[in-house]
Design a protein around this ligand. Structure first.
Ligand SMILES: Cc1ncc(COP(=O)(O)O)c(C=O)c1O
Length: 409
């Protein structure tokens, strides 16, 4: 762990939010973040950068939880010191607002990986039952199913997703072809991790429903990024990691299960509420002692998200992503791996430059202009995230460097 003098950014005040019609709106939003102004962070797909107000909420709660520790009455009252025991109705109600669900259907978890494992274990699928996923899953969306197949004898199938994907129909076709008579679960990302494909989730859920298949969505890359309405999507379960696009502190997760299924999902982590079917979200979110400051930070991130507005955030992310993809697709020796179809991409853009290894490109962007996207391993290219703390100028400088590299190497 790095040690050094106290971080100056922590002691900086939080600037007020700009008025919605402020012509300098996004520039002023950038001032809400503690990263140095001359550094461009373009890897939200791995982890988001929390705004100052979220950091302050976390640190303040951590300090107060020690200062006020003797004042807490364990019969109730005072501040929360143990995150995994409480119902956190207010926070779960706000998460419900984010995804359009009742709070009793929302469980607090630690991250997407935990949500998917709670489902894989809790659905209690018998041997021989088929689980259909894709060949582009992140390990957090895939490995719970692999473990289940090894341990319980379920059958794991994978739909082959065409790369680059050209249309939503292509993806629905890939699933239609891969469904087997024994398939009882379809599990797929809302936005794929490495390629940034926005999947046709409504159509996939409707396909699942027609065949009596449970649909599960890995929303790790979607919450805080694109508007989500689990009822309109029609999924049976949805899980996510709010530390990416929602910019909440890491250590938080969301699991939603539809009302007609949640009663049948067994708790995997059992504590005092393991059998509370009045509030199933509370039951499934049992996880013992954790750090409640992270939940306070999560709520501050949600409040900011609502204050700016989910549609406005999505519009900005998409606008910047489109600017990047448009520029890249006009560059020679460029392979844009993320779909150019307008409905199938937003803030994640993965691309490869012929003759320039991904890591070399990442290093060059940092060396020249302090721009930091992420090189994917095994030369699968560079994944560039655009969020509300990014700007047109950063995209244009990125494109300029790439153009120089491709014309001189
Ligand atoms: C699509 C997808 N699913 C799951 C995960 C795993 O998330 P976590 O490590 O927060 O559990 C990621 C992380 O990048 C992801 O992109």
């Amino acid at each position: 762990m790095s040690k050094g003098p106290p971080c100056e950014a922590l002691h900086r005040g939080i600037p007020p939010l700009p008025a919605h019609d402020d012509p300098e709106y996004w520039g002023k939003i950038r001032a809400q973040f503690p990263m140095p102004p001359d550094e461009a962070y373009c890897n939200t797909g791995t982890i988001g950068a929390s705004p100052l107000r979220v950091l302050h909420a976390v640190v303040d709660h951590m300090v107060r939880s020690v200062v006020e520790v003797a004042q807490v009455d364990w019969r109730g009252g005072g501040m929360s010191l143990l995150s995994g025991y409480g119902p956190y109705k207010e926070l779960r109600t706000k998460i419900g607002e984010l995804i359009n669900a009742d709070y009793t259907l929302v469980a607090l978890t630690q991250n997407a990986t935990m949500g998917m494992n709670l489902l894989a274990n809790g659905l209690d699928l018998p041997a021989g039952v088929g689980v259909l996923t894709t060949d582009i899953e992140h390990p957090g969306g895939r490995c719970g199913w692999e473990l289940l197949a090894e341990r319980k004898g379920t059958k794991l199938h994978k739909a082959e997703i065409p790369i680059p994907a050209e249309s939503p129909e292509q993806i629905v076709d890939a699933f239609e072809r891969a469904i087997e008579p024994e398939t009882r679960v379809m599990s797929f990302p809302h936005i794929s991790s490495a390629h940034g494909i926005i999947m046709p989730v409504r159509q996939l859920c409707s396909l699942a429903r027609e065949q009596g298949i449970i649909s599960i969505i890995d929303g790790a890359q979607a919450t805080g990024h694109i508007p989500i309405d689990v009822k309109a999507i029609g999924c049976d379960a949805y899980y996510s990691s709010p530390h990416k696009w929602l910019m909440a502190p890491a250590g938080n997760g969301i699991l939603y299960v539809k009302d007609d299924l949640i009663d049948d999902v067994w708790a995997t982590l059992a504590s005092s509420q393991w059998n509370n079917h009045e509030d199933n979200g509370y039951r499934l979110g049992q996880r013992g002692t954790g750090n409640p400051a992270l939940l306070v930070g999560f709520e501050a991130a949600l409040d900011l998200h609502f204050e700016i507005g989910p549609e406005r955030i999505y519009g900005r992310i998409k606008e910047l992503g489109d600017r990047l993809r448009c520029g890249l697709s006009q560059t020679e020796r460029m392979e844009v791996i993320t779909p150019l179809h307008p409905e199938m991409s937003s803030g994640l853009t993965t691309f490869k430059v012929d003759g320039v290894e991904g890591r070399a490109l990442q290093d060059e962007l940092w060396r020249r202009e302090r721009i930091k996207p992420r090189a994917l391993g095994e030369d699968r290219g560079v994944r560039y995230s655009t969020h509300i703390y990014n700007s047109e100028d950063e995209i244009d400088r990125t494109l300029r460097i790439i153009e120089e590299l491709t014309s001189h190497t």
